[in-house]
Design a binder for this molecule. Structure first.
Ligand code: GLN
Length: 476
């Protein structure tokens, strides 16, 4: 799909702002028009038009006065509806939080604002980030701009289409098991899931806390690199975001031939759509031609990946979502006569079906008598998976994999089949189980006009290499 941005990269935009070729107000107005034109795709839950324009005016004045501008000056960004922004609504696409106003901002959001990013609105997603098609939402499905009959992927589906349809330059999403890479790939974009802990989770509505990470979607690896440099790093509000140096991701370059591991068994698997298989083969060929070493490796744990992921994330979700009890905040059923009834009615009506399904599953695997058989076992499997991937990455720069076994499906086609949805997460949940950074890289447009791509995984804290390599491939 063509890049319909007036200035396709952050650096091009900022150069044009610096010379006065364009203004921040003109930029914001452009995106507001695009949002208007794309209403049918159901991308945004709420657009903060007036505020964005006011901020644009402030920036234009500051620039004219010769003030030093932030690193993201003029950059229009969308926020997935699971990121808190002070004095703004955030709902996790749930009836439970429909009119909830956040009293504080996520650390990532604060860091964006501090560098003069302009937040244009919040995007539709799967309820509490649970899903792969952006269909589990109280606002109705978001549509893929490449084919509006199809899903954009999920759970950050609105985030992906917000960039795909040219309504902003960068989308901020979140990933528990693939919610950045999979929608990015379904919409022909780059999608980065950083190392667990690289970006503070403070102010990200929790799904599976030991998996969740804030990620970025865009059309340019260099743009993602700059934005990551701004939002990454230690945070006193999140003890899982360690005090590790944040490199200037945007100033890292990739040199020399790389060793790229891949799983040949996957290439022959019937589970992968033919178009995706051919594209992967082309990608491998292309990388070889460019002088990189492709290393076939085996991984015998694929059968355990999806079960381990769903046991652990539903367990964490059932605990995280227990705070929505109808009392403290969120939806409270108007006609409950006792405490018990308040819990039951508020939660039964406030949460959608998929969220309820996962809470039940999570409570089950944590319950006494089943804990050892499911939860504890899944934790052991998680460790095995992690060790195996780390071993591969100790000898190779990257692991190359498909993002999804299937192309974007028709809206509604998998709605009654949760297991089909879960199984399609097989390749993305790996990186989250292991905490590793991974990136979706778009390649081509397939037969039905649908975007194709693959993903690369790197060792922990190596997103600099990942971003730089993606940028190098793009330039070549
Ligand atoms: N599709 C996966 C799930 O439903 C991943 C979601 C996510 O990354 N938030 O759990």
């Amino acid at each position: 799909m063509k890049n319909d941005q007036p200035y396709p990269t952050i650096s091009a935009l900022q150069a044009a702002l610096a010379t006065g070729e364009t203004t921040t107000v003109a930029t914001v107005n452009h995106y507001l028009k695009r949002i208007e034109a794309a209403t049918d795709l159901n991308i945004y839950v709420e657009v903060w038009a007036e505020e964005a324009l006011q901020e644009a005016e402030r920036q234009d004045t500051a620039r004219a006065d010769g003030k030093k501008m932030g690193q993201l000056a003029g950059v229009v960004v969308s926020l997935k509806d699971v990121l808190c922004y002070a004095e703004h609504r955030v709902s996790a696409a749930s009836k439970m939080l429909k009119n909830f106003v956040s009293p504080y901002s996520a650390t990532a959001v604060e860091r964006l604002l501090k560098e003069d990013a302009i937040i244009i609105g919040r995007t539709n997603c799967d309820e509490f980030a649970m899903g792969s098609g952006n269909e589990n939402t109280v606002y109705g499905p978001t549509k893929n701009a490449a084919d509006p009959d199809r899903v954009p992927g999920g759970s950050s589906g609105g985030a992906a289409v917000s960039v795909q349809a040219g309504t902003c330059l960068i989308a901020v999403g979140s990933s528990t098991g693939g919610s950045v890479r999979q929608p990015a790939s379904f919409c022909g974009l780059y999608g980065l899931k950083p190392t667990y802990g690289r970006v503070s989770r403070h102010g990200l509505i929790a799904y599976g806390s030991s998996f969740d990470v804030i990620g970025l979607l865009g059309r340019e690896p260099a743009d993602l690199a700059l934005v990551l440099s701004v939002i990454a790093g230690a945070d006193e509000f999140d003890s899982t975001a360690p005090n590790r140096m944040v490199p200037r991701y945007d100033r890292t370059s990739s040199e020399g031939p790389k060793k790229i591991a891949y799983f040949p068994d996957l290439m022959h698997s019937d589970g992968i759509a033919p178009g995706i298989k051919t594209d992967l083969e082309n990608t491998l060929e292309d990388l070889k031609e460019k002088g990189h070493e492709l290393v076939p490796v085996t991984f015998d744990l694929f059968d355990y990946v999806v079960p381990a992921y769903y046991v652990l994330t539903t367990a964490e979700a059932s605990s995280n979502l227990s705070r929505f009890d109808g009392l403290r905040y969120g939806y409270r059923h108007p006609e409950a006569n006792s405490l018990e009834e308040t819990y039951r009615k508020s939660r039964s009506e406030g949460f959608g079906l998929e969220v309820q399904r996962r809470i039940l599953l999570g409570a089950f695997v944590l319950s006494s008598g089943y804990y050892d058989a499911y939860y504890e076992r899944a934790q052991k499997v998680r460790r095995l998976i992690r060790d195996r991937l780390m071993a591969i990455l100790s000898e190779n720069d990257f692991i190359l994999m498909p993002v999804s076994p299937s192309l974007p499906w028709k809206i509604g086609a998998q709605k009654d089949d949760p297991v089909a949805n879960y199984l399609a997460d097989i390749y993305t949940v790996l990186a989250n189980l292991a905490g590793l950074p991974a990136m979706a890289i778009p390649t081509a447009t397939g037969e039905q006009g649908l975007p194709l791509g693959y993903q690369l995984m790197a060792a922990n804290w190596n997103e600099a290499e990942l971003l730089a390599f993606a940028e190098r491939l793009k330039k070549a």
